[in-house]
Design a protein around this ligand. Structure first.
Ligand SMILES: [Fe+2]
Ligand SMILES: [Fe+2]
Length: 291
């Protein structure tokens, strides 16, 4: 695709993103609060509690089988204390993102929506298990990053239908990765489209990085390790045939990412067998988001 057409396409994508609704105000309040190190748990729960629908959803999620806490959590402030600021923030982001991109009335996306979310869930569950096996605590953060990693595909295949139909055709006919077909047909790909939407929504930096660099983690800077986890999780979800990311190809694993993850083949075997159990729990999480 030549430069002018590529620029025209970028203009179209930006217009499409302009029309995608913003996230609720509470999300932006929460982001501002999180930027201030002096913020208290009480302030965080007060902001969430102002939105009744959100409060109900957060409580349903923290009491779901996904978390499996032994005792019922009755208030948002309890949830904030138990899960921590970052996890609550990510939960609120994810709930709001789902409300905007999954539930809107209107036309069906070009790809199979159920299979797409299954793929995202497979990536989320794999990311969580990889993180655990690496001995890191931030399993919830990588879970959410995995769930949202292909957000740009929603932009291209749900909100920008006409131009993207050709991408799917080219990918299928020539057995290309979707990202390769997007680059060829549109001149931009879903990682960039996703980044533009993440920027509009002011999504947390680490999640935006996972959206931008899950196919090539090398330029991810501080977030290289996180992006490498999502990169491997995306590949695992495809290898295990969980849902569909819109193509049937398996991307090559980045060598530097494999090095930094420092996983033995033995650990990989355990990861693969644990993903299935994690998928069942994760399904409970996504069912509540879609409810
Ligand atoms: Fe992707
Ligand atoms: Fe993916």
């Amino acid at each position: 695709m030549d430069r002018t057409t590529c620029q025209e396409m970028l203009k179209i994508v930006l217009e499409v993103i302009q029309d995608i609704p913003t996230l609720p105000n509470v999300v932006y309040h929460l982001t501002r609060l999180m930027e201030n190190p002096a913020t208290s748990a009480l302030q965080v729960s007060e902001v969430i509690s102002r939105d009744q629908a959100l409060t109900a959803k957060v409580l349903k999620l923290v009491n779901s089988a996904y978390y499996g806490f032994p005792r019922k959590i009755n208030t948002v402030s309890q949830a904030v204390v138990i899960l921590g600021y970052n996890n609550i923030r990510n939960l609120v982001f994810t709930t709001s993102v789902f409300d905007v991109v999954v539930k809107p009335n209107g036309s069906e996306p070009l790809f199979n929506k159920v299979k797409f979310w299954e793929h995202s869930l497979g990536c989320a569950a794999s990311a969580k298990i990889i993180t655990k096996k690496m001995g890191f605590k931030k399993t919830e953060e990588t879970f959410i990053a995995g769930l949202l990693h292909d957000l740009g595909k929603i932009v291209l295949y749900h909100f920008l239908e006409g131009e993207s139909a050709e991408v799917l055709m080219v990918a299928a006919e020539r057995d290309l990765l979707l990202i390769e077909a997007e680059q060829e047909v549109l001149g931009i790909n879903h990682t960039y489209a996703g980044k533009l939407l993440a920027d509009k929504w002011n999504l947390p930096r680490d999640i935006t990085a996972a959206i931008s660099f899950h196919h090539n983690p090398l330029p991810a800077g501080d977030n290289f390790r996180l992006c490498s986890i999502i990169h491997l999780a995306d590949i695992l979800s495809r290898c295990l045939n969980i849902g569909s990311g819109g193509d049937n190809k398996i991307p090559l694993l980045n060598e530097r990412s494999w090095e930094v993850l420092n996983l033995s083949w033995d650990k990989m075997k355990h990861i693969l067998s644990e993903v299935e159990t994690e998928m069942e729990k994760a399904q409970a999480f996504i069912n509540l988001l879609e409810a």
